[in-house]
Design a protein around this ligand. Structure first.
Ligand code: AMP
Ligand code: MG
Length: 316
């Protein structure tokens, strides 16, 4: 009888111990976040998952962003990697769809206006005219598995590379089972699943002229990219010269202070934000991208929306 009760107690104890160990070692999911430095800007990562998933996620984002920097920095001249050729093809579609408003060959313009060396200047009219003869993505051919970039043509991936990096990082995180998260690379971002308050994500859009926000987007499972004349510019005699060029004129594009594009893919949002910034009427372009919408601030500071509508709460 005594022996029996001893075995029963031992059995009960083992059972409780097993339960306890199971609970205490179970990887608990919670929100984690960190900031990383890439693309000369601060990048934020926020995910819901276990500690191991978070460590893996940070590693994946670092690897992906470093790859994007290697392929698409101003110094990069790798024209045969599959990633480079694939992004070139996607960029060329947007080049045609935007009738040349988005153009990867604006590199020479960035160069002569001093945005590469940070020695800003307004080039002579002749210099701009000459530079325009090196602009146009149709000058680049794909042959024998590599891009053939003619002498003098400079590729500039600045309007699409961050979007690409965000999409790649997002895919990597989905593959390791992270189904709630947020990746922000200097204002271009993607968010998926519910936010930490179990609601849609609330994304503040920067005011192009003031320190606060223009308004707040309420979105889920979407990417957002903003192009603005306030991000990189110099002023001479009260005229603002910024970093987004109209490839037809060779001058910084006129008529916009900022453009935010919202849609499923960060790569497309990034490129479209730049294209819409350049175009006087983005209606035709956005018709070709029915899942995307734009919030535009024109040069008078008025708010215009184009394409698909998303929940946007203006703050004034
Ligand atoms: P974003 O902030 O995405 O609009 O990208 C701006 C960057 O893209 C600039 O700093 C240039 O490197 C490059 N860029 C400027 N104008 C254009 C254009 N029309 N098409 C494509 N890339 C451009
Ligand atoms: Mg862009």
């Amino acid at each position: 009888m005594r022996k029996q009760s001893f075995f029963f107690s031992f059995f009960l104890f083992s059972l409780l111990l097993t339960f306890f160990l199971h609970w205490s070692c179970r990887p608990t999911a919670r929100w984690y976040d960190t900031s990383l430095l890439f693309f000369d800007t601060i990048c934020d990562l926020k995910i819901y998952g276990s500690r191991d998933q978070f460590a893996l996620a940070v590693d994946e984002v670092r690897k992906t962003f470093a790859r994007a920097e290697r392929f698409f920095s101003p110094q990069a001249n790798d024209y045969q990697s599959p990633e480079v050729r694939e992004l070139f093809r996607r960029a060329k579609i947007i080049y045609f769809d935007s009738e040349g408003a988005f153009d990867l060959t604006v590199g020479l313009l960035s160069d002569i206006w001093g945005f590469r060396s940070k020695r800003y200047r307004v080039p002579e009219k002749d210099e701009i005219k000459r530079a325009l003869t090196y602009i146009g993505m149709d000058k680049i051919q794909e042959r024998g598995g590599q891009l053939i970039v003619p002498n003098g043509v400079i590729l500039d991936w600045g309007a699409i590379a961050k979007g690409w990096a965000i999409d790649q990082a997002f895919q990597a995180l989905k593959n390791i089972g992270i189904d709630r998260g947020f990746i922000n690379a200097g204002g271009d971002l993607i968010c998926w699943g519910k936010n930490p308050d179990n609601q849609a994500w609330r994304i503040g859009i920067k005011h192009p002229r003031e320190s606060g926000f223009l308004g707040v987007l309420e979105i889920a499972d979407l990417a957002v990219a903003t192009s603005g004349d306030y991000q990189r510019y110099f002023e001479i005699k009260g005229v603002r010269y910024h970093h987004i060029f109209n490839p037809k004129t060779g001058f910084p594009a006129r008529g916009r202070q900022s453009v935010t594009v919202i849609g499923p893919q960060a790569t497309i949002c990034d490129a479209l934000a730049t294209a819409v910034f350049v175009l006087d009427d983005p209606g035709e372009l956005l018709k070709k991208y029915p899942e995307y919408g734009a919030i535009i601030v024109d040069d008078h500071g008025s708010l215009i929306s184009a394409g698909k509508k998303f929940t946007f709460i203006p703050l004034k």
